[in-house]
Design a protein around this ligand. Structure first.
Ligand SMILES: [Ca+2]
Ligand SMILES: [Ca+2]
Ligand SMILES: [Ca+2]
Length: 369
């Protein structure tokens, strides 16, 4: 723009110079014409003088035209140079425009970014204001606390002075206690050695105590077993004593049992009741040795055998099954469908047989206890 303005100013200056030159030329021509007219009127010049004057006018007029041409040429040159400068300036301005356009785009983005940041900053500002209010509240509280703490500090300083004095006294006591501590540490060392020795002894005693406890428990177990066995033996002894008292009443002993044969005749059920009243039951023949012993009684006698619970299934009164048997030929026949009790028939030669018989038959029996 500066170049354009300078060029325009030069053109305006040339234009003014051209106008001045033109006016001067026209003025001198007019002046010459007037002087000639006045001279011819006053002096009465000749025709030759008129011709010289006209040549002079033409020369002056030609010079004026030349000056005008020179000024026009100067204007044209200056305008051409101005056009070149303007083109270069336009190119320069276009570059600047591109740069400015890009800069404008960047500035727009920056503006948008700044808008976002502005929103964020506004939100932060709001938060900061809230925090500020909160901090003001805290500040108020802290001021109060500060005052309280100042008072406490003064109090603590007073206490510090007191404690400092106490500290001096305590330092002296500490030195005394350190001396005592050294003495006690020596005693502690001695006591620790004694403690180790006692722990060794204690460990030995613990082991001994454990062994003794185990031995005691074993002895207690043996004692309990012996006590139970003693009780059983005592009970057995009492039973044997009771049985021995009955030996006077025709009871015979064989292989751990006592036997009695009643000559009174009773039914099978009454015979069993009789034996139970004596402390026993109808005899159960467990083996051949017992059977051989029973020969001493001979005859026909009720024994503890029946099929009253299930017909055909013979069982002893102690619930055991019949294993040792020697039935008479054709027996058991359950005569009349009513023979459910067992008897033994013993001959003088020692033979013996079993037979089933009506339980209501009355005859003697053999008891076993
Ligand atoms: Ca028996
Ligand atoms: Ca029967
Ligand atoms: Ca029979």
């Amino acid at each position: 723009m500066d170049i354009y303005e300078n060029t325009l100013e030069c053109v305006q200056k040339d234009k003014r110079s051209l106008r001045t030159t033109f006016r001067q030329t026209r003025g001198s021509i007019e002046t010459t014409d007037q002087e000639e007219e006045a001279g011819s009127w006053i002096k009465g010049n000749t025709d030759a003088a008129d011709t010289g004057g006209r040549v002079m006018k033409l020369v002056i007029l030609g010079f004026g035209v030349l000056c005008i041409l020179q000024a026009s040429l100067n204007v044209a040159l200056r305008l051409g140079q101005s056009c070149i400068n303007l083109s270069e300036e336009i190119n320069e301005q276009q570059k600047i425009y591109s740069i400015l356009n890009m800069s404008h785009h960047n500035l727009s983005e920056e503006r948008d970014e700044l808008h976002k940041m502005y929103s964020i900053l506004m939100a932060e500002k709001k938060n900061l204001l809230e925090e500020k209010e909160e901090l003001q509240t805290i500040n108020s509280f802290l001021n109060t606390s500060h005052q309280n703490l100042s008072e406490e500090r003064d109090e603590l300083q007073r206490l510090y002075s007191v404690l400092n004095m106490s500290h001096h006294n305590l330092s002296e006591e500490r030195d005394e206690l350190q001396k005592m501590y050294s003495i006690l540490m020596a005693e502690k060392k001695s006591l620790l050695e004694e403690k180790d020795e006692l722990q060794t002894i204690n460990s030995f005693l613990n082991t001994s105590h454990q062994n003794l406890s185990e031995e005691r428990d074993e002895l207690q177990r043996l004692y309990s077993a012996l006590q139970a066995r003693y009780n059983n033996v005592d009970e057995e002894k009492n039973k044997i004593l009771a049985k021995l008292q009955k030996l006077n009443n025709n009871w015979l002993y064989f292989s751990g049992s006592f036997y009695h044969c009643s000559d009174n005749k009773r039914s099978w059920e009454d015979s069993r009741s009789f034996c139970q009243e004596q402390g026993g039951d109808l005899v159960v023949i467990n083996n051949e040795e017992e059977q051989n012993f029973l020969r001493v009684y001979g005859g026909r006698r009720w024994i503890g055998l029946s099929d009253r619970q299930t017909e055909g299934v013979w069982k002893w009164v102690d619930g055991s099954s019949l294993t040792l048997s020697s039935w008479l030929s054709g027996e058991p026949n359950d005569g009349n469908g009513n023979e459910d009790c067992g008897e033994i028939l013993m001959r003088d030669n020692g033979d013996w047989k079993l037979n089933d018989l009506s339980c209501n038959n009355e005859q003697s029996c053999i008891c076993e206890m």
